[in-house]
Design a protein around this ligand. Structure first.
Ligand code: SAM
Length: 365
């Protein structure tokens, strides 16, 4: 793409009024090096200015892999009979949270499959215990649930909730999630926001039948909904799913989508996702951090369970201990002129006055 055209498209995308689906699609589809470099440079500048230079650490505990759903891409789907299932006890979860607190991390993500036997009152009690003992930010990621359950967990002290939209294309959503409807996921996201959760969403890149137009629509959705957090990761095929023979999502496309999401949403927290690390090794994590990401999640699930949280293959072999990961991240941070941050990293959405500062960035770039 000629440099001037790219610049004007980036300017229109960056000017909150007028990103068009066609512009975004065009940017995603363009994979020449110069365009990608310009995009990354702008995303990195915006990241530095709006969320700072900290690489924020969060700890995740995958407390159950029991799942009722049949998502076509996910190894936890209930038809995967090869996977031993587990549920951690309250005491085990608190022990893992203690491990997180001991390294100085101030936010825990509690994630699980969608277990209809999950007792909402039990989870509320776990949240209360974490708040009482550790005073950490608590993020939940337990899927689609009813409004009253979300309310209960919010009242118990949960601060944040992650629920990726995965794709905004209703037909593709239906194909990938048998028995589920996009409207219900939208209802969940709307409930979560109304209840005052800091809310995260995101997409999988490279799903079967997904187009750049679909991804462009996803980004417009992110912008419109003004999410606090957004996770963009590549599809990784799992051998015991209907998508076993599909190719892995393209890393370049995933990174372009990440950069564009940073440019569009400016101050959302964006992780360098685990899926990027698995699909493209630790280099992909560095590339993601240089292309707009500012968060890394460290896994504190006990080793006895971690190997069974197999949403896609390769997670276990790519895993290193939290201490070692932190040391590696410190080296990466040094190389990038950044720092490893132990802050709670609350949402920045209500604090920034973006309008004035954004004017100059594209021109400087
Ligand atoms: N049940 C909760 C939910 O759906 O939000 C949390 C657990 S779910 C396993 C966490 C995330 O894993 C999903 O949002 C999805 O994007 C991701 N995931 C699952 N299978 C994947 C795959 N094969 N490739 C990439 N991401 C995958």
């Amino acid at each position: 793409m000629p440099e001037q055209n790219l610049k004007s498209v980036l300017e229109s995308v960056y000017d909150g009024q007028s990103p068009t689906k066609a512009d975004l699609e065009h940017l995603l589809a363009h994979n020449d090096r110069d365009s990608a470099r310009q995009m990354v440079r702008l995303a990195d500048k915006i990241r530095s200015r709006y969320v700072g230079d900290g690489i924020v650490l969060r700890g995740i505990v995958e407390f159950s892999n029991v799942c009722e759903n049949t998502c076509a891409y996910c190894g936890l789907n209930r038809y995967n009979r090869n996977l031993p299932r587990y549920r951690m006890t309250r005491e085990e979860i608190l022990q893992s949270v203690n491990d997180i607190a001991e390294v100085g991390i101030k936010t825990v993500v509690l994630q699980s499959g969608e277990d209809i036997c999950l007792n909402p009152f039990w989870l509320a009690r776990v949240i209360e215990d974490i708040k009482d003992e550790f005073n950490m930010a608590v993020t939940l990621s337990v899927g689609e649930r009813g409004t009253e359950e979300y309310r209960l967990w919010r009242q118990a002290g949960a601060d944040r909730y992650l629920l990726k939209i995965e794709t905004t294309n209703p037909a593709l959503y239906g194909f990938l999630h048998p028995g589920m409807r996009l409207e219900n996921r939208l209802r969940c996201l709307s409930d979560l926001k109304s209840l005052g959760f800091e809310t995260g969403s995101g997409s999988i890149v490279g799903l079967k039948n997904q187009t750049c137009a679909d991804l462009a629509k996803d980004m417009l959705f992110f912008k419109k909904e003004d999410f606090d957090m957004l996770a963009i990761g590549p599809f990784i095929p799992h051998p015991h799913t209907p998508l076993a023979d599909e190719p892995q999502g393209d890393l370049g496309l995933t990174l372009r989508m990440l950069s564009m999401t940073r440019i569009l949403t400016m101050d959302a927290h964006l992780p360098a996702t685990k899926a990027l690390g698995v699909a493209g090794s630790s280099d992909a994590v560095v590339l993601a951090l240089a292309a707009g990401a500012n968060v890394v999640m460290l896994n504190f699930t006990p080793p006895a369970y971690k190997k069974f949280y197999e949403i896609y293959p390769g997670r276990e072999s790519s895993a290193s201990s939290p201490d070692r990961t932190i040391r590696e991240l410190e080296n990466i941070a040094n190389r990038l002129g950044r720092n490893v941050s132990y802050s709670r990293a609350n949402s920045l959405k209500d604090r920034n006055n973006n309008v004035l500062r954004k004017q100059t960035l594209v021109k400087e770039n």
